[in-house]
Ligand binder design. Structure first.
Ligand code: UD1
Length: 461
């Protein structure tokens, strides 16, 4: 297939990664509020879709070429996990440096330790996605337990339960998941997930592709990232049906081959830009989006008073978002829930917009128990809100005034940037290494449409 035997080598990708490394030492954004936004933004590939696709490369000894990978630190970490397992990875950056292509080859791993070390896994929970493919192909794996997370407990019991039912013998030893398949090959299961989990659905799907027999996964997650992973796996020779429904059927095959795949556009990045225009006002066209992945947010912003239109563009579908500053935003309520309901990953950004809406907006967070940390920082900027357990009550419009605020997690960082766009004076968002985990050049993209935003060095990490 023309992609065989890719050898690791130094290339332009090395300088891209050197620049990431340097960037991570630089940790604050300074935003001067008050500019409305106008222009075009090209949305990068989706981090959350790319992560399981990278793990999928472990299922075949042949190369898997993944394009539109966003230049964010979580993707860099996942590729390092694969390198630590013995894979070769060749990275080639795109022209703008915000995306790249990686060719991953998982040949000759059999003799290796097959261990995903704590040092990498602790920085990125999605590393657990290597467990399913390693067990499916090699019958053994050692993966560090990911540990806690700022937004909640984030257990992996659903992943381990499904893999155990497939025949894996799993023990937790000194902080590591030590897993073996006594018979060598995982067995298909008819399994109902007790709770909808994106990660557990992905890990089990990955494992089931090479299992013996036909697996049926019920109460599977419906997130667009699941469909994207299934598409790559089917290109690699897997037999998965039921995409877009809560029941996936996976007929196990003996081996998978290499393939090439372009990552879908990042719905959370696109949603963050939609919120940026909603809060700052303006007229922005988002290039390379999938509007169907964003229905719940589009619906919210339209109900709040934004005008959003769709059409075809050179890079795929486009979304144009308009909000005149004279157009008052209306307060509206949301409840986060699995796709297609409102995504928890856009809850924080929506809260920033609600601070500027007229009236009381109520947010119910049902996915993670500790996902309102941005609220306290928004209050420091002048937001008027109250947290009551898993409910946030936001009264608007509040006059926001710039100050120094601290990013606490990935999406919370984006919210503070959004609030800074409308706050009077200067807002400094500290600890933006959280932001760099999931957004490729957010400040460059916002600056490109007229925001006054600058990355500064010298802060503490
Ligand atoms: C993924 C996304 C993350 C998003 C989340 C929910 C990636 C890399 N990350 O995370 O950005 O916020 O979906 O849309 O795609 N749970 C359990 N046991 C488990 C697994 C999960 O109880 O074994 C619970 C979680 O605590 C949470 C809920 O299930 O309350 C949903 O989590 P899940 O969908 O698994 O999130 P992730 O896949 O980790």
């Amino acid at each position: 297939m023309g992609l065989r035997n890719v050898k690791p080598k130094f290339n332009a990708g090395f300088s891209l990664f050197l620049s990431f490394a340097l960037e991570s030492c630089v940790d604050r954004l300074v935003i001067t509020g008050g500019s409305s936004l106008k222009g075009r933004i090209l949305v990068s590939g989706a981090k959350n879709a790319a992560l399981p696709c990278i793990a999928a490369a472990l299922l075949s000894p042949e190369p898997v070429l993944l394009s539109h990978l966003p230049a964010v630190s979580d993707i860099r970490t996942m590729l390092k996990v694969l390198e630590a397992l013995g894979c070769s990875v060749v990275r080639v950056p795109d022209e703008d440096g915000l995306q790249y292509t990686a060719t991953i080859q998982a040949a000759d791993l059999e003799q290796g330790e097959l261990k995903a070390p704590y040092e990498l896994v602790k920085t990125m929970r999605a590393s657990i996605l290597v467990l399913g493919p390693l067990l499916a192909r090699f019958g053994r794996a050692t993966v560090s337990l990911p540990g806690g997370c700022a937004i909640g407990a984030r257990p992996i019991n659903l992943h381990l339960e499904a893999l155990t039912r497939m025949g894996a013998h799993i023990e937790i030893i000194q902080g590591y998941v030590e897993a073996k398949v006594p018979g060598g090959r995982l067995q298909a299961i008819d399994h109902t997930f007790e709770k909808v989990s994106v990660g557990a659905t992905e890990n089990t799907m990955l494992a089931a592709t090479l299992a013996e027999g036909t697996s049926i996964l019920r109460n599977a997650a419906l997130e667009p990232e699941i469909g994207d992973l299934a598409e790559l796996l089917n290109k690699m020779g897997a037999r998965i049906t039921g995409m877009g429904t809560t029941t996936l059927t996976i007929q196990g095959v003996a081996a998978l081959h290499g393939s090439a795949h372009a990552t879908i556009p990042d719905r959370i990045e696109a949603g963050t830009h939609l919120c940026a225009v909603a809060i700052a006002g303006g007229d922005v066209v988002l290039e390379r989006v999938r509007p169907d992945d964003l229905r719940s947010l589009i619906d919210l912003l339209e109900r709040m008073g934004c005008l959003i239109t769709e059409r075809d563009g050179a890079e795929g579908r486009q979304l144009r978002v308009q909000r005149e500053l004279s157009q008052k935003l209306r307060a509206r309520d949301i409840t986060t829930a699995p796709f297609p309901s409102f995504p928890t990953d856009l809850q924080a950004q929506a809260m920033a917009v609600m601070t500027q809406a007229h009236g009381i907006s109520v947010i119910k967070e049902t996915i993670f128990e500790n996902r309102f940390q941005h609220a306290m920082e928004l209050e420091r900027l002048g937001a008027n809100l109250r947290i009551d357990g898993s409910t946030a009550i936001v009264a608007g419009p509040a006059k926001l005034t710039g100050c120094t605020v601290m990013a606490t997690d990935l999406r919370a960082s984006a919210t503070l940037v959004l609030a800074g766009l409308v706050a009077e004076g200067e807002t400094t968002v500290d600890r933006i290494y959280h932001l760099d985990r999931g957004y490729a050049g957010l400040e460059k993209k916002l600056e490109g449409v007229g925001a006054r935003i600058q990355r500064m060095g010298g802060g503490s990490v």
